[in-house]
Design a protein around this ligand. Structure first.
Ligand code: FAD
Length: 377
């Protein structure tokens, strides 16, 4: 009965409301309950069948082996002194740049578990790598939206500090503020499954900090297009942000990626949708990208309300006020594509759901590959 109760709690406590109540507490009690469950099972085995303990020792052995390998990898990854620079940027977001890491290889869309003990001892937080191994001089670049714990402390510290950030271009005066701390990296993990270079047309959709996932795909495609002929003919990037200033998070990176794609004969368009209107707000959130981004909408069907304008900071971008009408964008691209359409989306639940539903409806016109990335588990 005791073992069954522990097993039940082990499963029930993994449900989102429990996890979101306090993530660190969730992890601590989960590991503790797991060991309690194993001990309870051991105690319940009849003395006549002690050899069945083998089946308990095997998973314990596998678990310990996994921890050992991971600890060794973390030790190796962090055996060199890295420096981390944090800079506050518009939209309650911190830009983090980790230099000198041993992590040299990762695929587009990968994430790491980032730990900066100065802001939370024993904590590690998933963060998507916005850079690629070839961009930013090999540095790992992240954007973390401030929530209530680690990410909030990080932003407060970045706001309060007064150091100089050395940018990827070496311009020491590019940002006035920044602070340097020791970071530990566990990973990289995950990444895109399909190769987006293999599609005729690619649609990348980002909501707010979801650009980190999409940017790494864009940078990877641009770098490869400069070296070899890709099957890719057309790339569309749709980015929904709350305020137009937020589209300036990666101006040089986006501009140079678009130039490389266009130089390689690939048609590339960027549309920034500025959704920061109180009327667009919606409180539902289960994606890790919260409603206070102002873009967490249940439906993305409404047509933009103004004429598109050119962006001052990113010449290749067209800025539109309103939300992206995914029900128009996806079928249009599917119709115009001369081969398969690849779609990647990373953003709030409303945006991902709209893309999912529209892709499902448009599948009849054209084969579509869809990857949906969320900032939560
Ligand atoms: C694969 C993945 C990639 C991500 N990439 C990014 C990114 O590029 N940019 C970005 O802004 N956010 C990203 N996130 C979300 C980010 O990790 C969380 O917002 C952050 O960990 C919250 O930390 P906090 O202490 O401020 O959280 P809190 O305010 O305490 O909690 C906010 C939410 O984050 C969850 N959370 C808290 N700690 C962790 C943790 N250690 N691991 C997982 N979830 C946690 C909580 O359950 C809660 O739902 C990603 C999440 C995942 C799963």
């Amino acid at each position: 009965m005791g073992a069954f109760a522990l097993l039940l709690w082990l499963n029930v406590s993994t449900l989102a409301p429990f996890r979101n109540f306090g993530y660190e507490f969730f992890v601590f009690q989960h590991v503790l309950t797991f060991f309690g469950f194993i001990i309870a099972i051991m105690l319940h085995l009849p003395s006549t069948a002690l050899e069945t303990r083998t089946y308990i020792w095997i998973p314990i052995g596998l678990y310990l082996f996994d921890r050992l390998v991971r600890t060794a990898l973390i030790g190796w990854n962090n055996s060199r002194k890295m420096s981390t620079t944090i800079v506050p940027i518009d939209g309650e977001v911190t830009k983090i740049c980790v230099s000198g890491s041993r992590v040299r290889k990762w695929g587009p869309g990968s994430f790491v578990l980032l730990s900066i003990p100065h802001y939370g001892i024993g904590q590690s937080h998933p963060a998507t790598i916005a850079s690629t191994p070839e961009s930013h001089g090999g540095d790992l670049v992240f954007l973390l939206k401030a929530r209530t714990g680690f990410t909030k402390k990080l932003l407060s510290s970045a706001n309060a500090s007064d150091f100089t950030l050395v940018t990827s271009s070496g311009d020491k005066n590019a940002h006035a503020k920044g602070e340097s701390h020791r970071a530990f990296i566990d990973g990289p993990y995950g990444g895109t499954q399909g190769d987006f270079a293999a599609f005729d047309t690619v649609l990348l959709v980002a909501g707010s900090t979801g650009i980190t996932y999409v940017l790494s795909i864009l940078l990877d495609l641009a770098a490869r297009a400069g070296k070899q002929k890709l099957p890719l003919r057309r790339l569309e990037l749709v980015w929904a942000v709350k305020r137009s200033l937020q589209s300036n998070w990666f101006p040089e990176e986006i501009e140079s990626a678009f130039s490389s794609l266009q130089a390689a004969g690939i048609e590339a368009n960027l549309r920034v949708f500025v959704t920061g209107n109180e009327a667009f707000r919606d409180s539902a959130d289960s994606s890790g990208l919260s409603g206070d981004d102002g873009i967490n909408l249940p439906e993305y069907t409404q047509e933009p309300r103004q004429e598109p304008q050119k962006s001052a900071k990113i010449p290749c971008a067209t800025v539109v006020t309103g939300r992206p009408a995914m029900k128009v964008i996806v079928p249009d691209l599917a119709l115009q594509a001369q081969g398969e359409l690849g779609v990647a989306v990373c953003g709030p639940l409303g945006l991902s759901t709209a893309v999912r539903n529209t892709v499902a409806v448009s599948m009849g016109k054209r084969p579509i590959y869809l990857h949906v990335e969320g900032f939560g588990w």
